[in-house]
Design a protein around this ligand. Structure first.
Ligand SMILES: Cc1cc2nc3c(=O)[nH]c(=O)nc-3n(C[C@H](O)[C@H](O)[C@H](O)COP(=O)(O)OP(=O)(O)OC[C@H]3O[C@@H](n4cnc5c(N)ncnc54)[C@H](O)[C@@H]3O)c2cc1C
Length: 420
């Protein structure tokens, strides 16, 4: 018996191959197949939608409570982003999950995030796989794509597997949904960028976005496990890049939690300075609090707004005793304390990298795809969707929103093109 690969396995004449069975690829495959063209979904690992399964602490934050344009960041045009998001409004996506996929969602009011009522990420992943199968998608796992090429004179793509035992596939249209490079053990290891570059695309430098930050402040490292709301701002060349307010978490390596992840991409990509207002209050708010309680001891006053251990650490840093009151201090001592409480510049020494970053920043510039179809401007019949494109969202379901919207657009349009 021959062990050599089969000759090229020709799919039906109108066919779409989607590479990557993550959030964007699953949705792309569903919508491509619903256009009535044979659709094959290729996944490099043995498991489908691994990132969906580990998302939201195993609960999968499917969507934000509402669409917020300001929650997205790209080095490309915001107009392109807007045009892409308009193709599938947030309310319709929610209705699709709840009505068509049968995954009811509930709003967690304190965070503004939408989770499946089951509180299980598996519900979301399974519903997407089921929808693929119902639409007639052929799913092949363990089918890692090595390269995609368009031989001269052939108006179709040839998709080559890494494993020699898999015969190459011939397809009219290809959707590249290989994700970024964060948490590479899930299968998204950045190979998609190389394949896109080989097909004529450029890539903006990639970096771990939404990643915990490292510092080497011994007194703060001993606070591992303490959680506290913070108001944060990122600064470069005297300009504030962004500010926000969310919880942060002290860890053995530095700081994490939603606030830090949101702020991190400015620090990692732009080398911005991160300033923190502990307890969610900036310097002015702390000045108001301390002036109105100026007769009380600092220890009592700070502990009303901060975890005890953090309050003690910040007082020690400012060389002050918790038994003194604010009114007793010199002007310099007050300034020192207010800066430490409300305008704390975190001496960041690095980040935790791709191994733990929730998303990858940078990637294929939005200017290299057509906003109305997500077809590549470099190659006809090639479509791109999801995290491989240069767009990231804040923590809160925004990154899945991007994956669902771009997956649907790329899948639908690829199938329409394949049919022509
Ligand atoms: C720990 C964690 C928690 C998260 N929680 C949330 C959350 O709750 N809400 C939210 O909105 N976002 C969350 N995110 C971000 C979100 O998971 C991603 O933005 C989203 O999964 C990106 O979807 P994608 O389909 O573009 O890429 P991916 O989900 O990464 O899927 C890409 C797929 O392509 C496959 N692949 C790659 N290369 C090849 C190849 N050569 N051949 C074949 N297959 C290939 C990969 O194996 C993978 O299955 C979280 C991320 C992490 C890491």
């Amino acid at each position: 018996m021959s062990t050599s690969p089969d000759p090229i396995h020709k799919l039906n004449s109108a066919s779409t191959v989607v590479i990557g069975a993550g959030a964007a690829g699953l949705v792309a495959a569903i919508f491509a197949a619903r256009e009535g063209v044979p659709t094959v979904l290729l996944e490099g690992t043995e498991k489908i939608g691994t990132k969906i399964l580990i998302s939201g602490g195993g609960r999968c934050n499917v969507l934000p409570g509402a669409y917020d344009e300001q929650a997205f960041f790209t080095q490309g045009s915001r107009n392109i982003l807007r045009r892409i998001f308009r193709t599938w409004p947030h309310t319709e996506i929610r209705a699709w999950f709840e009505g068509e996929l049968g995954v009811p969602l509930k709003l967690e009011t304190e965070s503004g995030k939408l989770f499946p009522v089951s509180e299980k990420a598996r519900t979301v992943r399974d519903a997407l796989v089921e929808a693929c199968l119902t639409a007639g998608v052929e799913i092949r796992t363990g089918w890692r794509v090595e390269r995609v090429e368009a031989p001269k004179g052939l108006d179709q793509w040839i998709v080559h597997a890494q494993a020699e035992s898999h015969a190459p596939l011939q397809a009219d249209c290809v959707v590249l949904a290989t994700g970024g490079q964060s948490v590479p053990k899930t299968g998204s290891d950045g190979h998609g960028y190389s394949m896109a570059r080989a097909m004529g695309h450029s890539t903006l430098p990639i970096y771990p976005a939404l990643a915990p930050l490292r510092h080497a402040e011994d007194d703060l490292l001993t606070l591992a496990g303490v959680s506290v709301p913070i108001s944060w701002s990122t600064w470069k060349d005297g300009k504030c890049l962004e500010r926000g307010m969310r919880p942060a978490l002290f860890t053995h390596q530095g700081l994490s939690g939603p606030a830090i992840l949101d702020a991190s991409h400015w620090v990692i990509r732009d080398g911005a300075e991160l300033r923190i207002g502990w307890g969610g209050m900036n310097r002015e708010a702390w000045a108001d609090v301390l002036c109105t309680s100026s007769a009380r001891t600092l220890g009592i006053c700070l502990q009303e707004h901060l975890p005890k251990r953090l309050a003690q650490t910040l007082l020690t840093r400012a060389h002050l005793s918790d038994q003194q009151s604010f009114a007793q201090f010199t002007r310099q001592a007050r300034e020192r304390l207010l800066n430490s409480l409300g305008n704390f510049a975190l001496p960041v020494t690095g980040d935790r990298g791709f191994a733990v970053a929730e998303v990858t920043g940078g990637g294929i510039p939005l200017g290299e795809v057509r906003p109305s179809t997500l077809e590549s401007r470099k190659q006809k019949k090639l479509y791109l969707c999801g995290e491989i494109l240069d767009c990231i969202g804040r923590i809160g379901g925004h990154n899945f929103l991007w994956a669902w919207v771009t997956g649907r657009l790329a899948g639908t349009q690829a199938a329409k093109k394949a049919r022509t």
